[in-house]
Design a protein around this ligand. Structure first.
Ligand SMILES: [Zn+2]
Length: 382
């Protein structure tokens, strides 16, 4: 049975699965995978609070090694619906391009995975091992009950994976240019400085916290974290907001607050970075309060056999040699890399999250061939 990636992508786009809604998208994936002989475990996950999320773990075969594709069916909101040239959930093809919310991020890639598996099975029969899919409906939101929940379910059911390709749209403007082998970590710091409110004309009766806040922020802004590592750009700290909220010109405010975000490479983990920040602020002097929220640690899958397999598959399918990158925001690979080597390769991300999101039909077809070739190379090497 051969699955057409464009038809499947259209069926997925027609489900308006804006996080946390599933709108039937997981079912579309499960039906297609069941038609290929997969055993599908559908889950409804809400253990970390919030609305229940539809997730799916599907597996074909029970032998090792277990090769996994991973991805998400949820999409970001359409935004200004009136600005779209067409219904954002129509999944129509126009001038050789597939349109709709999620076409690039990442329903096109999900369809390519399933179609690639169908072609692999047509040609090779069942692999000497297993093929799995980890599909979540909670990636674009807070990712509370998404891939993490699937991985926990797998652990509880003694399901292990040996290698994983995540289908995020890694290529900035042309298919075949970029494989992601890691991601920077991200943490947000909330800094607040307190003083004593008072009349501007009687400063000796007050304590203005703002000079202290400015001094601390200058220290942060001037901090040189590192010069980058083999696969990462330098870590970067950005001050994102400074809030005092003082509308009066004759009042010394009681409090000043600022928020900063750090994208950090594998020189640090969030703990070592936090202690470095606190040391620098302590040295600058003055009382402050600081809280951190960690979105993700940095991680790297050292470019080895898995990344090489994807690289070779791209070269064989479309004649380009992609480079390894760790740029961009974080992804669900931050959860998966604790379990097995994971690399990310998908469609062109140029229009993701934008109005009139679309991808070239030819790219979805080419990605299908790349994924098929990844499967062939992975199982041939075992
Ligand atoms: Zn995505």
């Amino acid at each position: 049975m051969t699955i057409d990636p464009i038809q499947l992508a259209q069926s997925l786009i027609r489900c308006p699965s804006v996080t946390p809604a599933d709108a039937g998208a997981i079912g579309v994936m499960a039906d297609a995978l069941e038609s290929l002989g997969f055993i599908c475990h559908r889950m409804s996950s809400d253990e970390r609070g919030g609305p229940a999320i539809a997730n799916l773990y599907a597996r074909l075969g029970d032998a090792k090694p277990n090769f996994a594709f991973a991805g998400h069916t949820d999409v970001v909101p359409v935004g200004d619906a009136a600005a779209w040239s067409d219904d954002p959930f129509s999944g129509h093809v126009k001038d050789g391009r597939l349109h709709g919310r999620g076409a690039a991020d990442m329903k096109g890639a999900l369809a390519a995975m399933v179609a690639a598996i169908s072609r692999y099975l047509d040609k090779n029969g069942k692999p000497a091992g297993s093929i799995s899919l980890l599909i979540t409906g909670d990636e674009e939101g807070k990712s509370l009950n998404g891939t993490r929940s699937i991985l926990e379910w797998m652990e509880a059911h003694s399901e292990t994976v040996d290698a994983c390709v995540l289908g995020e749209p890694t290529n900035p403007d042309r298919l075949g240019t970029t494989i992601k082998v890691g991601r920077r970590g991200s943490m947000t710091g909330r800094l607040s400085v307190r003083g004593v409110q008072g009349h501007i004309a009687y400063p000796h009766l007050a304590d203005n916290p703002l000079p202290r806040l400015v001094r601390l922020l200058t220290t942060l802004a001037e901090l040189k974290l590192d010069s980058g590592t083999a696969h990462f750009d330098p870590s970067n700290l950005e001050i994102v907001t400074i809030d005092v909220g003082n509308g009066a010109t004759n009042v010394i405010p009681a409090k000043g607050e600022a928020v900063f975000n750090i994208r950090f490479n594998d020189t640090y983990d969030s703990r070592s970075l936090e202690s470095l920040i606190r040391k620098a602020l302590d040295a600058a002097g003055g009382r402050y309060q600081l809280d951190f929220e960690i979105t993700g640690e940095s991680f790297l899958t050292p470019p080895g056999s898995l990344a090489q397999i994807v690289k070779d598959a791209v070269a064989a399918a479309i004649g380009l040699t992609p480079s390894y990158s760790t740029t961009g925001g974080t992804s669900d690979a931050r959860f998966i890399h604790h379990h097995c080597p994971v690399v990310e390769f998908g469609l062109v991300g140029e229009t993701m999250h934008k109005v009139d999101e679309n991808v070239a039909v030819a790219d979805v077809t080419a990605l299908t061939e790349i994924y098929r070739s990844v499967l062939e190379r992975y199982f041939a090497a075992k």
